[in-house]
Design a protein around this ligand. Structure first.
Ligand code: SF4
Length: 293
């Protein structure tokens, strides 16, 4: 998508939905907005159908508000609770079969690079723990081994939430779920460590307890993927429905885990450090970012 496509043809102006008019008049396209600006502009994800207090929705909202160039970005999703929000997303997006998201994103990135030479097109995978670390682990790892210039974001709620609560590879050892009543028998998969070993240029772990930081590291992941290589962001996004907790307490849980076993960490290769040193100084101007090599 380019900014021209978002403009409304005058012949159809009177029949366009108000939400679309608002998006064109006051959306994030062509502007440099972020988490701190939420509430001041027409967002790309609104009126999503996820449960009250769902931290997937919270993280998703923060991520799309932090895209450096939303008009030139494509999101690739997979099966999971978060995929139910994709149809509400005012952004180009693709739904892939369960687990195939990194393979689809790789092909898409390569095709966009050929189709639009000289123009930056960010391709970002947003998927859950089951799609990324269980069913799609093969595709995830191999996209990293191949050095695909895409960002992978795992929204980790440590459960297969929309099929009733099976344990996932990301569920912590000993944790009980609806359909795992005797507790998880093996350790949580250490995907951030695997991402480093598999060659990701930038890897970060964050949680929904600090949205400003989440927005910042997401933006860093996208900028590094553009120029250097694959990047991975893992976000703890508790599911109050499966955890049977008051939705109002779910962000508190994310903060609590952030202080214990789900703390913030970041890994950058020297090339990623160089890239960010050069780009973050100009992060306020989209054109410089878009025209970067
Ligand atoms: S079941 Fe859990 S992860 Fe799924 S939408 Fe509801 S709160 Fe979110």
């Amino acid at each position: 998508m380019s900014l021209d496509i978002t403009r409304i043809n005058p012949a159809f102006a009177d029949v366009m939905p108000q939400e679309y008019k608002d998006l064109v008049a006051d959306g994030p396209f062509g502007r440099q907005l972020g988490v701190r600006d939420l509430g001041t502009f027409q967002e790309l994800l609104e009126e999503h159908p996820l449960c009250a207090g769902c931290n997937l929705a919270l993280a998703f909202r923060a991520l799309v508000a932090s895209l450096p160039n939303p008009e030139d970005s494509v999101l690739v999703g997979s099966t999971g609770c978060n995929s139910i929000a994709f149809p509400q997303l005012a952004l180009h997006n693709v739904h892939s079969l369960f687990g195939n998201q990194n393979a689809v994103a790789s092909g898409l990135k390569r095709a966009l690079t050929l189709r639009f030479p000289g123009r930056v097109k960010d391709v970002v995978v947003v998927a859950g723990d089951g799609a990324t670390a269980d069913i799609g682990l093969d595709m995830t790892l191999h996209s990293w081994f191949r050095g695909e210039k895409i960002t992978t974001v795992m929204l980790d709620n440590e459960v297969y939430a929309n099929t009733g609560g099976q344990e996932s590879g990301m569920t912590a050892q000993g944790e009980v779920r609806n359909m795992a009543p005797t507790g998880k028998k093996f350790e949580k998969i250490r995907l951030p460590d695997l991402a480093v070993d598999a060659g990701c240029a930038y890897v970060a772990v964050a949680n929904t307890g600090n949205l400003a930081r989440l927005g910042k590291v997401f933006r860093r992941a996208v900028l590094v993927a553009r120029e250097v290589g694959p990047t991975y962001l893992q976000v703890y996004t508790p599911c109050p429905t499966n955890l049977k907790m008051n939705p109002a307490g779910s962000v508190g849980l994310a903060k609590e885990r952030g202080k214990k076993d789900y703390g913030f960490r970041e890994h950058l290769t020297p090339e990623a450090e160089q890239c960010l040193a050069a780009r973050e100084g100009t992060a306020g101007s989209g054109e410089e970012e878009k025209n970067a090599p």
